[in-house]
Design a protein around this ligand. Structure first.
Ligand SMILES: O=C(O)CCC(=O)C(=O)O
Ligand SMILES: [Fe+2]
Length: 333
């Protein structure tokens, strides 16, 4: 193993005492998913059987096929990401500079993309590259791999914006929220993208790649490699989200739950570490337009900036995100 490519805490041999600090353990066993997790065909969104609505209400997560993103683009992104992450820790720090940022140990970032560092026993077994897609054109890398990665991202970004808009508009239609104001609750061209590497770890049961959370986004769209590790919670049961080539995973975030007045779920999910193989995933998060107000019956009107500021404050003061509960209206029944 080339330890130089890992952030300092991950450089220790796996059997060192560092792992003894871990308090989290993998208690429940995840089921296999192949028969359960819904699959949505982007070309058949308007069909009357409304599989999309079922998936949003009952799962908050689905597989997406016929999405129109070329398979070669998906695999080239993975290959380039692998190359970039195989650089040494120091090189990644030097290369991934503003507007890009490099982080490790947690997916919780400040608005500028730096890690909101956790206590050592809470560290997640992950490192990542954060890419604000609205600022892609400002990236002028000297490094050849990063330069060609940027070109691929320009292409990928257009596809994801198209996919996110089609899914969101269809969800609004299903919710009878097909208004101009609701449509502005999605800013598909300003999403952000994160590339994650989860190093392998022989003591995998004592660390999380990413512990249980919901996403703050409207929608998140994931391109994962063949290793697997993502799990999703439904009715108190964990399901593994097995990778299928050329299939994207879409999950609903907190903003979508609020827009839908809790009809749709911001789904809880987590990532397990693999004992033998590192895992790579590329995740696109899409948010409401700047200043766009989310109005619903169950929540106070709020903007994504209000939400983000509250999340940052809770992470700093409590060590974790509270999320939508902070904005819920108190009712007497
Ligand atoms: O890497 C993954 O599969 C999921 C990442 C994730 O859940 C997140 O970034 O919020
Ligand atoms: Fe997530």
């Amino acid at each position: 193993m080339n330890f130089e490519s890992y952030p300092p805490p991950f450089r220790q041999p796996p059997q060192n005492s560092y792992s003894e600090n871990y308090t989290t353990s993998h208690t429940s066993t995840a089921l296999q998913d192949s028969d359960f997790i819904p699959t949505i065909d982007l070309q058949c969104l308007n069909q009357l059987d409304n599989k999309l609505e079922d998936a949003c209400k009952n799962w908050g997560l689905f597989r997406l096929v016929n999405h129109g993103v070329p398979p070669t683009l998906l695999s080239q992104l993975q290959d380039h990401a692998k190359k970039l992450f195989s650089l040494s820790f120091e090189s990644k720090q030097a290369l991934f500079t503003s507007p890009l940022s490099y982080f490790w140990g947690t997916p919780a970032l400040s608005p500028s993309g730096t890690a909101l560092l956790k206590r050592s026993q809470d560290i997640n077994w992950v490192e990542g590259l954060n890419v604000p897609l609205g600022q892609l054109s400002q990236i002028q890398p000297q490094d050849f791999t990063l330069a060609s990665f940027r070109v691929l991202l320009e292409e990928y970004r257009k596809h994801l914006a198209r996919v996110a808009r089609a899914l969101f508009d269809s969800m609004l239609k299903n919710l009878n929220l097909d208004t101009i104001e609701s449509k502005s609750n999605l800013s598909e061209s300003n999403g952000s993208l994160r590339v994650y590497r989860y190093p392998y770890y022989s003591n995998a049961d004592s660390a999380w790649g990413m512990d249980v959370h919901t996403d703050s986004s409207v929608l998140s769209i994931l391109n994962q490699d063949e290793v697997g590790g993502l799990e999703v919670l439904k009715d108190d049961q964990w399901f593994t989200v097995k990778p299928i080539p050329n299939t994207l995973i879409v999950n609903l975030g907190d903003m979508m739950q609020a827009i839908s007045d809790d009809e749709y779920k911001s789904v809880k999910h987590r990532v397990k570490v693999n004992k033998y193989k590192e895992r790579l995933s590329i995740c696109y998060f899409v948010f409401p337009e700047e200043g766009s107000v989310i109005r619903s019956l169950k929540y106070k009107p709020f903007t994504y900036s209000d939400f983000q500021a509250q999340v940052q404050q809770d992470i700093k003061t409590l060590g974790h995100k509270v999320g939508l509960d902070r904005f819920k209206l108190i009712t007497n029944d």
